[in-house]
Design a protein around this ligand. Structure first.
Ligand code: ARG
Length: 577
């Protein structure tokens, strides 16, 4: 239990239960400005016992020996208990956390199988900034879930099936395969798609061919499938390139696109029909899940099979639920998908539960997110009004970072400068995305995200690099200070230590709401706390050798937490910048 606030709560819990005589009662321990922590539970307990809250607070203190963790306790206000942690206790906890592979972060109470559905761009279309968000947020969650011990299955539910493939394949035939492959491999996916669309909309003969091609594709025609694979292959190669540049965990092994569920679709309809859920509405086979209404307040159907016999996006998502629950054995399924799809996903979940496919204990959660906006507060577009090309955006970020590195650290050899610029440029894009509450829209702003001040990735990376440079300049090996029990005395040392011990809480709070910005906020606070420590507590010019070593131990552990925290967000920590 690294976080001292949790340790106190843990010590007080049995005392509260005893005093409450079996009544339900919990010590509520919070961080506080007036002391290190404040216990707020006596008020509720007092009401139940018919005593004054101050009396109850006194009973709690009498019944509990907090001397191992606190140097002072005091009853305050209407019956709060203000707690000051003892310096020795803080130092002991820090040593324990520093000795732990997870730096004090608790393991998951039970190992769960978690499926994370993220990224999911569409074949033969440009990945847009929404896919960037999904990729970055999903990847951070995957890293954290694995860190606390869960078993994670990454699934990239790419859009690689459906009616548009009729026109895409016919366009490929018109262009000739070599030319089509050329166009697609330079990543000009949108223009390929647009050309096909224009022909489809303006040319009846082409439209007929496209329709006939869809039938061939769905019927499993070999030649059609071969051309379909060509399209998918070119696109996924492009996606992979973006993933590599971004440094995310997704690989081609994680591809589990809509087409993968094709063989299951008829089975979905059969099972829904067998459970009596299918109804016919305007000739289509649909399910009406409870509680979903359209604008006219009429029940809203989830369309399973269209009038023409074709299946839907929803049908493959239902098959997907069956596959994840029954084949993979998922306890948790996270859909890292933009907010506009929330009704779709809610309906899919409602139908799956009603059909009895999902055990009650299995969690299906939509990890929704808002838009990326440009300076005009509209969805980020390129200057020509098209979707921003992600690889171009990442290249620009690295170039901008390179300028900053050149300015700040010109002595660094060129190759190292380039490497650091890559780490800063990619980190900045990811962090800008992760550090605002995911539900909200955020504004894409080069200046702000690449700034070395404020809640940005360069600022956090810099805090880490600065610590590395203290050791480098002093010629001291970081590992050599890891066995030292620091003296935690100065108020800035105490504040830093307490913050370091909260890494555990920060990671778990983040996972609780699947909200990476919580970890970002924590790391930003840690960096600020470190700055103030470094300002007030001289390290290399400390009063004694002992104090110097003690402070170096604090520096080292700060750098480790920073590096680990950034790594959980998928961001690298250069040692110099
Ligand atoms: N390909 C979809 C899109 O670009 C996202 C898919 C999300 N995952 C899912 N299981 N529906 O909007």
């Amino acid at each position: 239990m690294a976080d001292p606030v949790l340790t106190v709560a843990e010590l007080l819990r049995p005392v509260f239960t005893r005093i409450a005589g079996g009544l339900d009662s919990d010590p509520v321990v919070r961080r506080s400005d007036r002391a290190d922590a404040q216990v707020n539970g006596s008020l509720a307990l007092a009401k139940a016992l018919g005593k004054s809250p101050r009396e109850v607070a006194q009973m709690v203190l009498d019944a509990c020996d907090l001397s191992k963790v606190c140097s002072a306790t005091e009853i305050a206000g209407p019956g709060f208990i203000n707690v000051t942690f003892s310096n020795e206790f803080l130092a002991r906890e820090l040593v324990a956390a520093a000795d732990d592979v997870r730096l004090g972060v608790r393991n998951a109470p039970a190992k769960l199988k978690v499926v994370v559905d993220y990224s999911a761009p569409n074949v033969a279309k440009e990945m847009h900034v929404g896919h960037l968000r999904s990729t970055v947020i999903g990847d951070a969650l995957v890293r954290m879930l694995e860190f606390v011990g869960h078993s994670v299955v990454r699934e990239n539910h790419i859009g690689d099936w459906g009616t548009p493939f009729g026109m895409l394949i016919e366009h490929l035939i018109d262009l000739g395969e070599t030319e089509a492959a050329n166009e697609l491999s330079v990543g000009d996916l949108d223009s390929f798609y647009r050309q096909a669309r224009i022909k489809f909309d303006s040319n009846d003969e082409f439209k007929e061919r496209a329709r006939a091609r869809v039938v061939l594709l769905q019927g499993g025609d070999d030649e059609t499938l071969r051309m379909w694979k060509l399209l998918v292959g070119e696109s996924t190669r492009y996606f992979d390139k973006v993933y590599q540049t971004l440094g995310v965990l997704l690989t081609s092994d994680d591809l589990m696109g809509e087409s993968a569920y094709n063989p299951l679709l008829a089975h979905v309809v059969d099972r829904l029909r067998a459970s009596g859920l299918i109804e016919i509405s305007d000739g289509a086979e649909v399910v009406f899940p409870d509680g979903f209404l359209n604008r006219e307040n009429e029940p809203l159907p989830l369309i399973i099979r269209k009038t023409d016999g074709g299946y839907n996006y929803a049908t493959s998502d239902l098959a997907c639920v069956i596959d994840r629950v029954e084949r993979i054995g998922a306890n948790v399924v996270l859909y890292v998908v933009g907010s506009p799809q929330s009704q779709h996903l809610e309906m899919v979940a409602a139908v799956s539960r009603r059909a009895g496919w999902v055990p009650e204990s299995t969690e299906l959660t939509h990890v929704a997110f808002g838009n990326v906006l440009g300076a005009d507060r509209k969805i980020l577009k390129s200057r020509s009004g098209e979707a921003v090309k992600l690889d171009a955006l990442l290249t620009e970020s690295v170039e901008r970072a390179a300028e900053a590195v050149k300015e700040k650290n010109a002595e660094l050899p060129a190759a190292q400068q380039a490497e650091v610029a890559r780490q800063i440029g990619i980190g900045a894009v990811k962090y800008a995305d992760l550090s605002t509450d995911r539900i909200k829209d955020y504004m894409f702003d080069w200046e702000r995200m690449l700034a070395f001040e404020g809640n940005t990735s360069p600022y956090l990376q810099y805090a880490h690099a600065r610590i590395c440079s203290i050791f480098r300049k002093a010629g001291i090996d970081r590992a050599s200070v890891r066995r030292i029990t620091p003296t935690v005395e100065h108020s800035a040392e105490r504040a830093l230590t307490m913050r370091l011990l909260q890494f555990d809480t920060a990671v778990w709070d983040t996972l609780d709401k699947y909200s990476p910005h919580r970890l970002c906020t924590y790391l930003f606070e840690l960096a600020s706390e470190f700055s103030s420590f470094y300002e007030h507590c001289p390290v290399m010019r400390a009063d004694s050798e002992e104090q110097k070593m003690s402070r170096l131990a604090l520096c080292d552990f700060t750098a480790r937490v920073m590096e680990q925290g950034l790594a959980l967000l998928g961001i690298e920590s250069p040692e110099q910048m």
